[in-house]
Design a protein around this ligand. Structure first.
Ligand code: GAR
Length: 210
């Protein structure tokens, strides 16, 4: 069977990227990272790619982004685009063209708190629970079918602590979603998705490991 070829898009520290690489190395995910793409030349995640001999590229999202990205995807038979801390909205032309092949990790329990500053929103709303979601990317911001979520009971309304807790959840759920994609367990079907052939009406809830 052909090994899945992925591009990972980042904008910042790339700790999720690093975690994906570790999960590939351990054999949990059988996938090749073809390239890491950043819209930010100062993204620390670019050093992570370099340290692991993964090709990387900086793309200016203002100019011909859709053309450059789809050229790379098409010429190299890329199977999966993973947004791992990518802070730009993908153009509709890209989300439509690669429908079902783009997943994103989002730091909230979607559909709650779409967009930016999710931890601040949780603090302001004094939410009892917070978490992270992996979802298929569509032209609706953070609105595609949610594949998997992990949640925890918020006990400290401190942004740094929340950020750390959410990252711990993300490091568990993103590799699982990628593994399911790579092993063809999940398939996007319109605004739903199927798991091993069964259409699911709601996201899969991940039970957190300590
Ligand atoms: C992650 O928490 C991810 O969920 C979030 O950015 C962080 C990136 O961390 N993504 C978004 O907010 C997308 N809207 P990392 O660079 O250390 O992986």
């Amino acid at each position: 069977m052909k090994k899945t070829k992925a591009i990972i898009l980042i904008s910042g520290n790339g700790t999720n990227l690093s975690n994906i690489i570790e999960n590939i190395k351990s054999g949990f995910i059988k996938m090749d990272i073809f390239m890491v793409i950043s819209n930010n030349s100062k993204a620390k995640g670019l050093n992570i790619a370099e340290n692991h001999n993964i090709a990387s590229m900086i793309i200016d999202t203002n100019e011909s982004f859709d053309y450059v990205l789809s050229d790379i995807v098409d010429k190299n038979n890329i199977d999966l685009l993973i947004l791992a801390g990518f802070m730009k909205i993908l153009p509709k032309i890209i989300t439509d063209k690669y429908d079902g092949k783009i997943i994103n990790i989002h730091p909230s329990l979607l559909p709650k708190h779409k967009g930016l500053d999710t931890h601040k929103k949780v603090i302001k709303a004094k939410d009892k629970f917070h978490g992270a979601s992996v979802h298929y990317v569509t032209s609706e911001l953070d609105g595609g079918p949610i594949i998997i979520q992990g949640k925890y009971k918020v006990d400290q309304y401190d942004e740094e602590i929340i950020k750390k807790n959410i990252h711990m959840i993300e490091y568990q759920i993103l590799p699982i979603a990628i593994k399911w994609f790579v092993e063809n367990n999940i398939v996007k079907l319109g605004n739903k998705f199927s798991f091993n052939g069964e259409i699911l009406e709601c996201p899969i809830e991940h039970i957190l490991k300590n």
